[in-house]
Design a protein around this ligand. Structure first.
Ligand code: PEP
Length: 245
């Protein structure tokens, strides 16, 4: 198995937690302090309303900690109630942004919309964290086609020179803690085989050299007990962590 060459990347998706700016600031300070010597890039993605407060805390944070947003609208401005643009998020301190999360796809987000978000982020030099993943694993392997469609459609028209700026998070919905409620977790082999499959799609689209530069994360009930095993045995470049973060 090819070992990751870049510094591992861990993305903390706080979802709609915590409930106050004070709590978010406290948690962020504690994380920054405890990660001073960590050899990984850590992206904290709080609810967007707390980004500004955490941006203040970034002054004291180590360089390998960054802020991320959980979603974005692909347009710059206009009549889009409740939405935030790339520029607004960037001004609030975010340099990464999650797109295509299964909880957003469940609300109707299409691959075409995810693709528009990826382009908007790349245009503004923010890093898209593109989430893909199947709802179920069937015996006949149809889940491969689900992931392939998501990857290809979400990366439509992304140029070869830009592909290494995209992070892909493989998040099988059945393994996400908010998923189907059955509490299943993926094995290192599950993550390994899908990582290889995504590299194969990227190779097809962009050639092997560029494909191997793309960081591929795993997400789905990662916690302090299973993280080490998945990381060392699957070859992924890091994690997208929800509940445990
Ligand atoms: C997620 O929702 O992106 C996720 C990985 O959640 P959890 O870690 O809670 O399964």
């Amino acid at each position: 198995m090819k070992s990751p060459t870049r510094m591992p990347l861990v993305v903390a998706n706080w979802k709609m937690n915590p409930t106050t700016s004070e709590e978010a600031t406290r948690l962020f300070s504690a994380i920054s302090a405890s990660l001073k010597k960590t050899k990984a890039t850590v992206v904290v993605a709080p609810p967007a309303i707390f980004l500004g407060a955490l941006k203040q805390g970034m002054r004291k944070a180590p360089k390998h900690i960054a802020l991320g947003a959980q979603n974005v609208h692909p347009l710059e401005s206009g009549p889009h109630t409740g939405q935030l643009s790339v520029r607004m998020l960037y001004a609030s301190g975010a340099s990464y942004c999650i797109v295509g999360h299964s909880e957003c796809r469940a609300l109707g987000e299409s691959d075409a919309l995810v693709n528009a978000k990826v382009h908007a982020l790349l245009k503004s030099r923010m890093t898209p964290i593109l989430c893909v993943g199947e709802l179920e694993r069937d015996q006949s392997g149809k889940y491969y086609a689900v992931v392939e469609t998501q990857v290809r459609a979400s990366l439509h028209d992304v140029k070869k020179k830009d592909i290494e700026k995209v992070v892909i998070a493989y998040e099988p919905i059945w393994a996400i803690s908010s998923g189907d409620g059955k509490g299943r977790t993926a094995t290192p082999e599950d993550a390994h085989e899908m990582r290889l499959f995504i590299v194969k799609i990227l190779t097809d689209l962009y050639g092997r050299t560029m494909a191997e530069r793309v960081q591929i994360l795993y997400g789905g009930s990662v916690n302090e007990t299973n993280a080490e095993g998945i990381f060392t045995q699957s070859g992924v470049n890091g994690f997208l962590v929800g509940g445990a973060s």
